[in-house]
Design a protein around this ligand. Structure first.
Ligand code: ADP
Ligand code: MG
Length: 599
């Protein structure tokens, strides 16, 4: 092969902008994001967004901000043209949403864009166009004070990008979500989002934060949220968080804002998770939490991500501590009763139960045992009421729980998941996975407390696992901690490890997945600056879950009895470590009422 003559060329600015556009602008929602941020930076109190075809045909953002005069309009579409940053030092304390001076140039290079603007004290306005990178002269135009940016035919001449756009419905969904986050972040600003005749969002200026949440996510959610605030340090925190019983399958309602910017920040996300630890089940159950943080811009670096969605904290562990503490305390105070332990433990499980009760048991896992959901609503789950009330209030009074246990007779395993048992005057349903997890969680914690490490089960043949180079290196670093957790693992070549021993408690046949889980937990924990105790307890959750019998595992009656006996030895066997109830009791009285045997 012949080496081509070295020809390094400076790229044409137009090409540069198109490349940059890929970073800043990848779909209609990112155009809307940049334009709305500009409007906010210009002091707008009212922002009106109109789109057609999910933004592919048209995006128009109108604001009542301070506008641009003709000289500014001449530069607005130039790259690296910004009024917000002049020196490198400015980057260390960015107080505006934008600062790179790239957005308008990028957008103009991949669409037909027009800005019409009028400053507040000018008698009339001006206009400038950018058609796929060629910028027109600025001309006078009729305008009201403020700015209107119109973006048509996004990516029409950039097929490589156009083809990645989804259906108008999907693109509109992204825009809608984005706008609802802006609405929460800036409750004093009026927002409107419409497509054709359909109005997606309309909120007046100067609403309270909670009123905004109500507006955007509905009263159903807003009415259950707990307000939290902490202004004792930096960042200051204002948050609205859901009770542990109100969870979602995805994290869409777990939102973090820093100085008005929506961020995906691992540190804060982890702190939220920690606050809810053992109150909300892991593995897909996410609490609802809107967390608004403010701090001196100098304490964070926002210039680490093209779309500014990620930030770097000067002192991440401080932010972590503030968020975790404030949320955890609020969850504790919301349910009067026993103290909650920030380090996890049983009291917190009880707390979840008490909390669920306080919040109205109607929201807890539904119980339509054969009944229609409406019949359950009509008679608001008496079963859970009494059961939970008993649980939450009578633990201290040492109920004759063990006496009851002696009379428990296993009848069957139903739906592959629930143990059906009978006592003298009740039917009891037990979630086998949740109960077993509860048992293991306690056994593991007791062992750690008493012996300082977990028992190891040596393997006859080492198990070689290909983990990749990064994880293999991590194993070497974490060897000591892993040993505490019952793992004997050694590097085996560059990207594999040899597992010589596994935690004895780990009875499930998939040590590889369990090891990956632990590494994952350790990695996240390390990044978030957890100390050793916290790291260990973070892994206990995952170990207990991995080791427990799963829903769907067949159980021998002897195993059922042994599980129940172990459970009875615990104080808190009524809920799994994550606060899910483990059992449901249907008393004779309740059954009689249900079947109208009594009047
Ligand atoms: P950046 O926001 O990073 O400065 P942009 O390309 O988004 O870069 O905008 C360039 C400049 O145009 C901004 O710095 C601002 O001075 C001006 N500008 C953009 N949009 C508006 C608007 N809606 N109102 C007033 N000025 C604006
Ligand atoms: Mg901008």
């Amino acid at each position: 092969m012949v080496q081509p003559a070295a020809v390094i060329q400076l790229l044409d600015p137009h090409v540069v902008n198109q490349i940059a556009a890929g970073e800043v602008v990848d779909r209609p929602a990112s155009v809307v994001k940049e334009l709305v941020e500009n409007a906010l930076d210009a002091g707008a109190t009212r922002i009106d967004v109109r789109v057609e075809e999910g933004g592919k045909a048209l995006i128009e953002v109108a604001d009542d901000g301070w506008g641009m005069g003709p000289e500014d309009l001449e530069r607005a579409f130039l790259s690296h043209a910004t009024s917000k940053v002049t020196a490198v030092e400015d980057l260390t304390h960015v107080g505006t949403l934008g600062f790179r001076g790239e957005a308008l140039a990028s957008i103009g290079s991949v669409s037909r864009a027009r800005i019409v603007s009028r400053t507040r004290d000018a008698a009339s306005g001006h206009r400038v166009d950018d058609v796929e990178g060629s910028v027109s002269p600025v001309v006078p135009a009729a305008a009201s004070p403020g700015t209107v940016v119109r973006v048509e035919n996004l990516f029409a001449h950039v097929p490589a990008r156009r083809k990645f756009l989804r259906t108008p419905g999907t693109e509109m969904g992204h825009i809608n979500e984005l706008m609802s986050r802006f609405a929460l972040a800036f409750p004093h600003v009026a927002f409107r989002l419409a497509q054709g005749k359909r109005v997606y969002l309309e909120c007046a200026s100067d609403e309270s934060r909670l009123r905004r949440i109500d507006h955007v996510h509905g009263a159903d959610i807003a009415s259950q949220l707990l307000p939290v605030s902490d202004a004792s340090g930096e960042p200051t925190l204002e948050a609205y968080i859901g009770p542990p019983t109100l969870t979602r399958r995805d994290g869409r309602l777990e939102q973090v804002f820093l100085n008005g910017r929506h961020v995906r920040d691992r540190t804060v996300m982890h702190a939220i998770r920690e606050a809810y630890r053992d109150l909300v089940p892991p593995g897909g159950h996410r609490p609802i939490a809107f967390v608004f943080l403010s701090c001196d811009p100098a304490l964070v670096d926002v210039n680490v991500h093209p779309a500014k969605a990620e930030v770097r904290w000067r002192d991440g562990s401080n932010a972590h501590r503030i968020v975790r503490r404030a949320l955890r305390n609020a969850l504790q105070q919301a349910a009067p009763g026993k103290p909650i332990h920030v380090d996890g433990g049983h009291a917190s499980v009880e707390r979840a139960v008490a909390f669920a009760f306080e919040q109205g048991a109607g929201r807890s896992p539904s119980v339509p045992f054969g009944g229609s959901p409406s019949s359950v609503v009509a008679e608001p789950s008496p079963v859970f009421r009494s059961e939970r009330a008993g649980e939450a209030c009578t633990h201290d009074a040492a109920t004759s729980e063990t006496q009851r246990a002696e009379h428990l007779r296993p009848l069957a395993q139903a739906l592959g998941t629930y143990l059906v048992l009978e006592t003298e005057d009740a039917i009891v349903l037990v979630d086998q996975h949740a109960l077993h997890e509860r048992v293991l969680f306690d056994q593991i914690n007791t062992r750690l407390r008493e012996k300082g490490n977990l028992e190891v089960q040596r393997l006859l043949m080492p198990l070689v696992v290909d983990l990749g180079a990064a994880a293999t290196a991590q194993i070497t670093e974490e060897a000591d901690l892993l040993e505490t957790l019952g793992w004997i693992v050694e590097p085996f070549g560059e990207d594999s490890v040899a597992v010589q021993g596994v935690p004895a408690v780990l009875r499930r046949p998939d040590p590889e997945a369990a090891l990956r889980d632990i590494l994952d937990v350790l990695q996240t924990g390390r990044r978030d600056g957890l100390d050793r105790t916290d790291l260990v307890s973070a892994t206990v959750d995952s170990l207990a879950c991995r080791s427990a019998v799963m829903a769907g595992d067949p159980l021998h009656p002897d195993e059922v009895m042994s599980l129940l006996e172990q459970a009875e030895a615990l104080d808190h066997s009524h809920s799994c470590p994550h606060g899910r109830p483990t059992r449901l009791t249907l008393s004779r009285g309740q059954l009689e009422r249900w079947f109208h045997r009594t009047v």
